[in-house]
Design a protein around this ligand. Structure first.
Ligand code: FES
Length: 510
């Protein structure tokens, strides 16, 4: 047996016993220690750097090129721990993160049959948000959030599904179950409430997140024709949640493999599905911009939905100086009077750039004439004045792919229903990233088609807010179980209109 000692500064915060040799990424995953590994250990993203010393394997040829000799920095998926070692922690395991957890809902009543406390949870691919409610009064008592601890298995749904098929299904279920249970326990503790008062959970998330939580087979989600065996819309108790039997657990209805319960609940919060019917007024388009862009259109009595893989650029992953929206992230950029002006989250020294900052930066670089419509960065990599934070040509390409996917998804849904941008009354923007994004910058770079910035209405964490509606109103919960009957799914990967729009959408500009 050997020991991996995890330190925060000078303090040892954790000792992990293990049998060497073992790949460091596997050791960290198995012990629930946070590690940033967007590609899930496939040696593609080069972002799994750690500061480590001790009995370690020698760097191979590739890692030798990536690291500075003697720096103590290594790549977690490229190295093996051979004996006792010490790791410098980047994050504490229970770290709470400042994510967008607020949001709005249409007015609704609380069912009078409910008693005790309830928690609505939104299991996002990157973050998990939980909301504690008094189910009698409908009053929110507290809310909290955490990073999704499945991140060491990859930043996106596809990597997690692959990891589960590679033998990590139990670990993935266990890690998210522990996270959700921990958030709930912390909310109850912070509000000095007895855990015995907890009566019901409503847990939303995309189809893969709910499937992983329940430990169900993920293979059908991994390949064409992408069929989900379980669409939920039921009370179901995942084994990985450590909760007493007195707590009911409800998982809202998914529509398909890539249009999950998070979209169902976001459509409730966004007013696309009201009183068990499709919104009946002028067309409403909803978009949740993230690693997976999910898009829904309520028009002519039908909900037309699609999902498009944008990649993790909007969450700062796969970007050379990319980071989550944390203190020190450049989040706002302008080109004013011939100069770049930018700000960071919390006013902290610039450490990197988050998704909103990247969209803003591209818009400002277009305004400055440094970036052209094709995505060419004149003069090479751009460095924010007075910082070490850069936007590289490769970053611009990643942004181009991401924004083209979202834009093409929106235009394809409209085209499939015979509508145009001008026909849409309101663009409902859901999700943490979408709520922070500046609509004019998004339109400037062509992420949003021209004409949408003025119609945009951000609803914050729509998925989480819809889960609250399902938690507190039994009629809404039951109605939502039939939402898939009103949905027409558009599969984009084989859609010729999407292909054309995607290619056109690569161009920067309105
Ligand atoms: S390169 Fe190691 S996790 Fe991506």
């Amino acid at each position: 047996m050997s020991t991996l000692t995890v330190r925060e500064g000078n303090a040892a915060v954790r000792s992990i016993m293990f049998t060497p040799p073992i790949r460091l990424l596997d050791l960290l995953r198995g012990s629930g220690t946070p590690v940033h590994a967007p590609c899930g250990g496939m040696m593609r993203c080069n972002q799994c750097t750690v500061a480590i010393s001790g009995k370690l394997s020698e760097p191979d040829a590739v890692e030798s090129e990536l690291i500075q000799p003697g720096s103590g920095i290594r790549y977690a998926c490229r190295m093996t721990v051979l004996g006792d070692a010490t790791l410098l922690a980047k994050n504490s395991p229970d770290q709470l993160v400042p994510i967008q957890i607020e949001g709005v809902t249409p007015a609704f009543t609380v069912s009078n049959s409910l008693i005790g406390l309830g928690v609505a949870v939104d299991i996002g691919t990157t973050t998990v948000a939980a909301y504690l409610y008094d189910m009698v009064s409908g009053e929110r008592l507290a809310a909290s959030s955490a990073l999704n601890p499945q991140a060491p298995y990859g930043a996106d749904v596809i990597s997690r599904v692959q990891a589960s098929m590679d033998g990590h299904a139990a670990a993935l279920a266990e890690s998210i179950g522990r996270c959700v249970s921990g958030l709930i326990a912390a909310l109850l503790r912070a509000n000095e409430r007895d855990p015995a008062e907890l009566r019901r959970l409503a847990l939303t998330g995309n189809t893969a997140m709910l499937t992983l939580l329940c430990g169900l087979p993920t293979k059908p989600l991994s390949a064409m024709p992408f069929v989900a065996e379980h669409l939920f819309g039921e009370f179901r108790r995942p084994d990985s949640l450590r909760l007493p039997d007195t707590v009911e657990v409800y998982l809202p209805r998914c529509v398909g493999a890539y249009v999950g319960a998070d979209i169902t609940t976001a459509m409730l919060a966004g007013g696309l599905f009201v009183n068990g019917r499709v919104h009946g007024g002028a067309p409403l388009l909803m978009v949740d911009i993230g690693t997976n862009g999910e898009i829904a259109l309520a028009a002519n009595g039908v909900l037309t939905c699609c999902a498009t893989a944008a990649g993790p650029a909007f969450e700062g992953a796969g970007i050379s100086c990319g980071m989550l929206a944390e203190p020190g992230a450049i989040d706002r950029v302008d080109w004013i009077d011939g100069a770049f002006r930018f700000s960071t989250i919390g006013g902290a020294p610039a450490r990197g750039v988050c998704g909103t900052g990247l969209v803003d930066a591209a818009a400002a670089l277009l305004d400055a004439g440094i970036l052209d419509e094709s995505g060419y960065l004149d003069g090479g990599d751009f460095t924010f004045p007075g910082t070490d934070v850069t936007v590289t040509q490769k970053d611009v390409r990643a942004l181009q792919l991401a924004k083209a996917a979202i834009r093409a998804g929106m235009l394809t849904l409209l085209g499939e229903t015979g509508l145009t941008v001008g026909d849409v009354d309101t663009l409902v923007v859901a999700g943490g990233f979408g709520s922070k994004i500046r609509a004019d910058s998004a339109e400037r770079i062509g992420l949003l088609p021209k004409g949408f910035a003025a119609k945009a209405r951000a609803i914050g964490n729509g998925a989480g807010m819809g889960a609250v509606m399902v938690l507190l109103n039994d009629d809404i919960r039951v109605q939502s179980e039939h939402i898939d009957c009103a949905v027409r799914l558009i599969e984009l990967s084989s859609n010729p209109m999407f292909m054309d729009e995607y290619v056109e959408g690569m161009v920067f500009g309105e």
